[in-house]
Design a binder for this molecule. Structure first.
Ligand code: FAD
Length: 491
């Protein structure tokens, strides 16, 4: 069976050539020794364990027609609406269990976009990209590889096109085409968990014009390929984890923040068999948009639902610890959070249930464009609102809570036990841990990360404007008023 254990995944990372990873100005010599990188490895390990756990296997795996075998859901491209729904449910499950990214998700969504678009390129242009991709994907499934997805680029002056930037490498670019492959230079930024994956799949970030062929690029490389450097995110949360002697101080003890890095490609060689798009500028936008709607269903309608479950659970516990069960405004706030969560879930499931084979005949199912984008747009605002409501329910201690270490300090323990326990039957330590969890969600990076991950709101609004032409709505009014001039109402 093409499913490896979490230990085998960890061992396979140890077998890689040394990666050039930098965090906080220092080289990371061993990914297992770095407490922030370790959280990414732990999250990925969970994805391998669930796939082999009889309790979760149905949700976390699927039977692949490429291998005729059970493969991890995070390397399986949807072939029906049922598959899309299963993908959505898995997204919520992993998010509520991890409280952070399932780092194999952008790679999976890149595979959806590539499977659809390379099929179309082969059909229309006579290329061999789909054949290459299918061979590659089969290998990824057989070896159960973790794959990161990389689109976002540094970019220059946004008023200008890439060809007008003084530095041509602010978007990833082909610098040489050889008989056996291409050489690329540039960088991808904000890339989730790349250093703990086996492979990185690269897509273009944006539409390309005819003269921008060197930027119309998609390929896959092993994460330990020569010329790649990872420059990791670093924040007060990273520093806190580096220094923590009790990880329960951190709110999400095992799985941590959503960890990303800038991935620099400094003249990296990519063999042709790993290149899936090179110069066919008309198809770059298809790769971007098909990735976007798939990823927006995930980021909007599935994983943030799981995150909200954690926030809602913590708020309910604190409400009970404080004896506020009958406070009407808090019950109203709880209800508002539930409604926001359910709106997110509904949009995610709707985008899956309305998904379609795209293009027809390809066998690849993608979520509904409108609902995928609406999922993400809604959640951008809903998540800030849920953070605000949680802040109200949790109280000032979310910001001001002392360290859990005071519970072990003989000089302060009895005061902390007495004065931070709300006089409840619950152990003060539990109350403090729940408050720390809410601190992680409300005082941290999650608002901005939720807003920008899978694109900020303007990106969704642009897509929604493209999809909605208002003809159906205008004609309804005309029909009602007898001014339709005998035409059918378009659906
Ligand atoms: C936690 C996290 C994880 C992520 N993981 C991944 C990943 O795994 N892979 C990946 O590829 N990306 C990833 N991203 C990147 C994410 O998709 C981008 O952050 C997002 O698309 C926004 O791009 P940006 O950060 O460059 O912001 P910007 O593009 O700089 O946006 C800032 C503002 O400028 C506006 N703006 C930008 N360009 C224009 C323009 N031309 N005209 C008018 N307004 C403009 C935007 O609408 C926004 O209001 C991740 C991001 C986060 C926060």
């Amino acid at each position: 069976m093409a499913l490896i254990t979490s230990q085998q995944y960890a061992e396979s990372l140890r077998k890689r050539k040394s990666l050039r990873i930098f965090m906080n100005g220092k080289k990371v010599e061993d990914v297992f020794d770095n407490p922030n990188i370790r959280t990414v490895i732990e999250a990925n390990k969970a994805s391998y364990s669930w796939a082999l756990d009889p309790g979760y296997q149905e949700m976390m795996t699927a039977i692949s027609p490429l291998t005729n075998d059970r493969v991890n859901r995070y390397v399986y491209v949807c072939r029906s609406r049922e598959d899309l729904v299963a993908k959505a449910l898995a997204g919520t499950f992993t998010a509520e269990k991890l409280g952070t990214c399932i780092y194999r998700c952008p790679g999976l969504d890149a595979f959806h976009s590539l499977a659809s678009t390379t099929w179309e390129m082969d059909r229309n242009l006579g290329t061999e990209y789909n054949k290459r991709l299918i061979k590659y994907l089969k290998w990824v499934q057989e070896d159960d590889l973790a794959v990161a997805g990389a689109l976002t680029e540094p970019r220059g002056d946004r008023k200008k096109r890439a060809l007008d930037w003084p530095d041509p490498f602010l978007s990833l670019k082909v610098v040489e085409k050889k008989s056996d492959g291409i050489v690329v230079r540039g960088a991808k930024i904000n890339i989730s968990g790349a250093y703990a994956a086996h492979e990185i799949v690269v897509l273009p970030q944006s539409a390309k014009r005819k003269d921008e062929g060197d930027y119309a690029l998609s390929f896959a490389v092993p994460t330990d390929t020569g010329g790649i450097t990872y420059i990791c995110q670093y924040s007060p949360y990273s520093a806190e984890r580096e220094m923590a002697d009790d990880i329960y101080e951190l709110g999400n003890p095992i799985f941590g923040q959503r960890e990303t890095s800038m991935v620099v490609f400094d003249n990296v060689f990519v063999p042709w068999e790993r290149v899936f798009h090179c110069g066919e500028t008309d198809y770059s936008i298809k790769l971007v948009e098909r990735f976007a709607k798939t990823h927006r269903m995930t980021c909007g309608g599935t994983c943030k639902v799981g995150f909200m479950n954690l926030i809602i659970g913590a708020c309910k516990l604190l409400q009970e610890y404080k004896g506020l069960e009958k406070a009407q405004h808090i019950n109203d706030e709880m209800m508002e959070m539930v409604v926001l969560r359910e709106t997110g879930r509904a949009c995610g499931l709707a985008s899956a249930n309305l998904g379609q084979e795209e293009p027809e005949g390809s066998g690849v199912f993608l979520p509904d464009e409108l609902m995928g984008n609406v999922s993400k747009l809604n959640i951008c605002n809903a998540f800030w609102r849920v953070m605000a409501l949680a802040g109200d329910i949790g109280g000032g201690l979310i910001a001001t809570l002392p360290s859990l270490k005071e519970l072990k300090n003989p000089e302060t323990r009895k005061y902390v036990e007495e004065f931070l326990g709300f006089g409840s039957d619950a152990p003060t330590e539990d109350i403090m841990k729940v408050t720390k969890l809410l601190q992680n969600w409300t005082a941290g990076q999650h608002g901005v990360a939720t807003w920008h991950g899978a694109g900020p709101v303007m990106a969704q609004k642009i897509m929604i404007q493209r999809v909605v032409d208002y003809e159906h709505e205008k004609n309804l009014v005309k029909e009602a008023l007898g001014i339709l001039e005998g035409k059918e109402i378009p659906k």
